[in-house]
Structure formats: structure tokens, C-alpha cells
Design a protein around this ligand. Structure first.
Ligand SMILES: [Zn+2]
Length: 364
């Protein structure tokens, strides 16, 4: 796939990256367990406080605002630092049934098992391979010249904005391969692991529970504050959606992130797989709490290289991975939030136009 490294160099690079993973893995223990339990405690306190304080908005609207902010942060922590990472199996070794990828369920419209099937397997194995990684553009956006231009791409900036606001529903719809269930479009080469009926049941079951909780149960519980709690919960969900979608786009769709064809990834070696993961992801720099709020997906490169290592370890791995990338002359795509986000917007805009004007070279 790349003529800049030979087979031996790929092999050596794989060994060096394996060693970084192995060192972190050997060191896993009590401090990782304490860390995730602490984050879960903080998340619960924020959620309970947020829901209660929001009702106190009856006395003063400032309480309502504080409540919405606390609930938004709780939802972000639940989805990013806790949900995404626990569902990757990063903490399965703790043997704690509440912090385990087999049993964990999160505060988002997409049910955990459907998400795991698509994200952990499809997206993490086939990262940025056009036609195999359905997460590349989510079937809605054209973000590479490898994807044929269609008229609908002209207004994809608006599609992107709508997707960000409704992100949890977009993910729920996407992860259950909705085009297959509702529209009946099936790929003959794709093995179905679960029946359409089961998929629908999971989708509607989880969606009903989420709608009931945020838009019926808690508003009813607050009595005269029904409408305020209803809109407070709605706003917290939208804030969480905007944040998670922005972070995820910054990790995969910045201007220089590369895409790959199925052909060039045939018979891929471990070194080439690592190489693709590095070029298919991008990082964000920032402070400790910024990383936590992104679920450490600010270190998307490290996450894609080592998806089963607890994400709070990624920050320490960054200089080591960067050194390997430099040694082998591989681009390490990292920058501040505002810089990376500006390049995401540029990419969404550029590929909304037919290729003549799309100047990004997106093939590795
Ligand atoms: Zn992931």
C-alpha cells in the first residue's frame, strides 16, 4: 500500500508499536480501576445534581441553566470517557459486571450491542477503507474524491449540521444498518450477524426507553416544571450531540486524514494495518479535562492503534507513538481543537463540490 516503507521496515515498526502496547498492558491494575470508578462517580453526581437543580429553576432561571450544563456534562462523560471506552472492553479485565463491555448500557439512543458490532468490528478493523468502513461519512457525506460526487453533496454542509444536532439518532439509525432494515437494501457480500427483526426490536426498544426517560418520566416527576425539564433535557441531549459529533469528526475527517481502497489493503500485514490506522486518524491537543471530556478520543491515533487499552493512558503514549511515526517518516496528524475543526469544515465544504474543485489528495 505504500512504497515509502519496505516489508522489513513495516515489520520493525509493528514490533515497536506492539512493545508500546505491551508496556501499557503489563502495567494495568488498581490505578486504572480507581480512575474509571472515580469518573463514574463524578458522572453520577453530575447527573443527579443536574436533574434536581434544573427543577429548582422554578425559583430562579439560573438554576435551570446550571442544571442543563451539569446534565450535558454528565451525558458527555457517560458517552465518551465511560461508554465508548467500557464498550471497547478496555476495562473487562476488572471483572466488574457494571464496568464490562458485555453488560454496559449507555445514555444514548443507540443500543450498546448494535453500536459495538459496527464500531468495534467494522470501523476499527476497516478504518477509512472506502466501501468497507461505513463510518467514513456515515453514508451521508462525501469526504473524499474516492466517493463519486452526487447532487445531494452540494448541500452536505447543511446535512453535516443536521447530523451533528441529531447525532445520537443518526448513530442509532446508522449502526443498525437502517438502510438494510427499512429500505431493504442489502449487500450480498456482507454476513448478517443478527436478524432484521432483532435489529428493529433493539432499535425501537432503546429509542422508547430514552424518549420515556428524558421527555416523559423526569418531566412528569417535576410536576409544574414539566415543560422546563422537558426542554432542559432536550437541550442537554443536543449539547452532547454537538460535542460528540464534533470530536469524532476532528478524529477522522480533518483535512489530511487519508483514505484507502479495498485493493491496496488486501493481504495487509500488521505493520500496514498500524500504518493505515495512523494515517486514518487525527489528534487534538489540550488540557487534562479536555482529554477527559473527549473520552480521550482527542488521542484518536493512539485509540486506533490500541483500542483495548484504557483510554486515559493514551496521553502518555502520544510522545512514544509520535517518535515511531517520525522515525519511519509517517505523518502524525495533530493540532489544536480550533485548527483541526477548521480543517474538518473545509473538508466537508471542498468535497461538496465536484472533483475539479476538490484539491485534497486523499489517497495514501
Ligand atoms: Zn472506538
Amino acid at each position: 500500500m505504500n512504497n515509502q516503507l519496505n516489508t522489513e521496515q513495516f515489520e520493525n515498526m509493528a514490533q515497536e508499536l506492539d512493545a508500546i502496547r505491551e508496556n501499557a498492558h503489563k502495567d494495568l491494575g488498581q490505578k486504572d480501576a480507581n480512575y474509571i470508578r472515580k469518573i463514574i462517580r463524578i458522572q453520577r453526581i453530575l447527573e443527579i445534581t443536574g436533574r434536581i437543580v434544573m427543577v429548582l429553576g422554578f425559583f430562579n432561571y439560573v438554576y435551570w441553566i446550571v442544571g442543563v450544563v451539569a446534565l450535558s456534562v454528565a451525558k458527555i462523560l457517560d458517552n465518551m470517557e465511560i461508554g465508548h471506552n467500557v464498550l471497547h472492553g478496555q476495562y473487562d479485565w476488572m471483572n466488574d459486571e457494571n464496568i464490562n463491555s458485555r453488560t454496559f448500557e449507555w445514555d444514548i439512543a443507540c443500543d450498546a450491542s448494535s453500536w459495538k458490532r459496527v464500531h468495534n468490528y467494522e470501523h476499527h478493523t476497516y478504518t477509512n477503507i472506502i466501501g468497507k468502513d461505513r463510518d467514513f461519512g456515515y453514508g451521508l457525506l462525501r469526504l473524499s474524491s474516492d466517493i463519486p460526487w452526487r447532487r445531494k453533496n452540494l448541500w452536505q454542509f447543511l446535512t453535516y449540521f443536521n447530523l451533528s444536532i441529531l447525532f445520537e439518532w443518526g448513530i442509532a439509525y446508522h449502526e443498525m444498518a437502517a438502510e438494510r432494515v427499512f429500505i431493504g437494501r442489502k449487500k450480498s457480500n456482507r454476513k448478517q450477524q443478527i436478524s432484521d427483526k432483532q435489529l428493529k426490536k433493539k432499535f425501537f426498544g432503546k429509542a422508547t426507553r430514552q424518549i420515556f426517560k428524558d421527555y416523559i418520566f423526569f418531566p412528569l416527576l417535576s410536576g409544574p416544571m414539566f415543560i422546563y425539564v422537558f426542554f432542559g433535557n432536550l437541550l442537554a441531549n443536543v449539547i452532547r450531540n454537538l460535542w460528540t459529533s464534533t470530536i469524532i469528526f476532528c478524529g477522522h475527517f480533518t483535512e489530511n486524514v487519508k483514505t484507502f481502497s479495498q485493493k491496496e489493503c488486501e493481504n495487509e500485514t500488521r505493520g500496514q494495518w498500524y500504518y493505515r490506522q495512523m494515517l486514518g486518524s487525527s489528534n487534538l491537543t489540550g488540557h487534562k479535562w479536555f482529554h477527559i471530556m473527549t473520552g480521550h478520543l482527542s488521542c484518536q491515533i493512539e485509540h486506533h492503534l490500541f483500542p483495548d487499552i484504557p483510554a486515559h493512558r493514551y496521553v502518555d503514549m502520544v510522545p512514544k507513538v509520535k517518535a515511531v511515526a517520525e522515525k519511519y517518516g509517517i505523518e502524525y496528524n495533530s493540532g489544536s481543537f480550533f485548527h483541526q475543526y477548521a480543517t474538518v469544515l473545509r473538508r466537508v465544504y471542498r468535497f461538496s463540490l465536484p472533483d475539479r474543485k476538490a484539491v485534497i489528495v486523499s489517497k495514501a
